[in-house]
Design a protein around this ligand. Structure first.
Ligand code: DP6
Length: 322
């Protein structure tokens, strides 16, 4: 009746952008990400027969409105699957700024899926947990697993994530946190606007599976340069597709572009660094662990106000004693 789970954020190297089915949260294309070993979300779910509605506390603050409704709708799925109808108290702590493009909905819904399914007495395997987490937030399906993770497009039964062997690839990520403020437009809204109005969306939808296939091949031969180039190219394609929506969807700020330039300059100096961005202004740089320090130093010389985190491959979701 009470369970606690922890999940880490993931950063997509081949992005998910666009829904084939909004109700089931099925993606138009597959995607691939790296689960990080930093900034987890820890969530406790406790059933309480005396409650007349779910209660959500995020970072110590009681939530109402959309975040609370989104979590309640998610718990409705767990209640339906378990045959129990009690409401629950949900207490969640994010060790990264919420809504700042650092994938907090991924770690959030992955932790919630694991804690809620355990608290309601469901015994789900990784695949079932991934499908459940997907219903809360698409990218959360990938945070169920550690390291490199692929999320499949398909119908409700076939759209889950699975870990991929990273072999000899030595991966790290430097995250430049440019802005801690809430993002201007949620990824869900931005995605729907892009699919609905960007004339470039069909090109994104047809080329993303090609880049995913190339990425899988690059991972299989442990070709870091190809993994990095595909990562940066895929992010630029996604943001170009968004920029052509109307009203335009543009997450990079001037500060982001300055860091993208710095990443190009690092490469010109022979340091392998590849940038990727999500639904916010922050820039994440894929690199090898030996270059984390030099990359962080260079980027902080460009942006003295940004905060820098570095991460390696992290583990999937886990239940804690509660
Ligand atoms: C740009 O998973 O947050 O980070 O399914 O609507 O909750 P919803 O969207 P969400 O979108 C993530 C988009 C992205 C790319 C990615 O993580 O693949």
């Amino acid at each position: 009746m009470r369970a606690t789970a922890e999940a880490n954020p993931n950063i997509a190297l081949i992005k998910y952008w666009g829904k084939a089915d909004a109700a089931l949260n099925l993606p138009v294309t597959g995607s691939l990400s790296l689960t990080l070993d930093t900034a987890p979300t820890r969530t406790t779910v406790e059933l309480d027969a005396a409650l007349t509605a779910d209660e959500l506390v995020l970072g110590g603050t009681r939530q109402s409105g959309r975040p609370a409704e989104r979590v309640s709708r998610f718990l409705d799925l767990v209640r339906a699957a378990s045959g129990r109808d009690e409401y629950a108290r949900i207490d969640s702590v994010n060790l990264i700024p919420t809504g700042a493009g650092l994938a907090s909905s991924a770690s959030g819904f992955a932790a919630l899926a694991a804690a809620a399914s355990a608290a309601y007495g469901l015994d789900l395997d990784g695949r079932a947990l991934s499908r459940l987490a997907r219903r809360g937030s698409g990218s959360a399906s990938r945070s169920i697993f550690g390291g490199l993770v692929q999320w499949f497009a398909g119908d409700d039964a076939a759209s889950y994530a699975e870990p991929i062997d990273r072999g000899a690839l030595d991966l790290a990520m430097v995250v430049a946190v440019i802005n801690d403020g809430p993002k201007s437009l949620s990824s869900t809204e931005a995605m729907n606007r892009t699919t609905g109005t960007s004339p470039f969306y069909p090109a994104w939808a047809s080329s993303n599976p090609e880049q995913l296939a190339e990425m899988l091949a690059a991972i299989a031969r442990a070709d870091f340069t190809a993994v990095g180039e595909l990562t940066e190219s895929n992010s630029l394609r996604m943001h170009a597709t968004m920029a052509a929506a109307w009203p335009p969807v543009r997450y990079p700020t001037a500060a982001s572009v300055a860091l993208l330039d710095a990443v190009l300059a690092l490469r010109a100096d022979g340091i392998e660094a590849y940038a990727t961005m999500d639904a916010g202004p922050n820039v994440k740089v894929l690199c090898q662990p030996r270059n984390v320090e030099v990359i962080t130093a260079r980027l902080s010389s460009i942006d003295a106000t940004a905060r820098f985190l570095s991460a390696g491959p992290g583990q999937g979701v886990r239940l804690l004693d509660s």
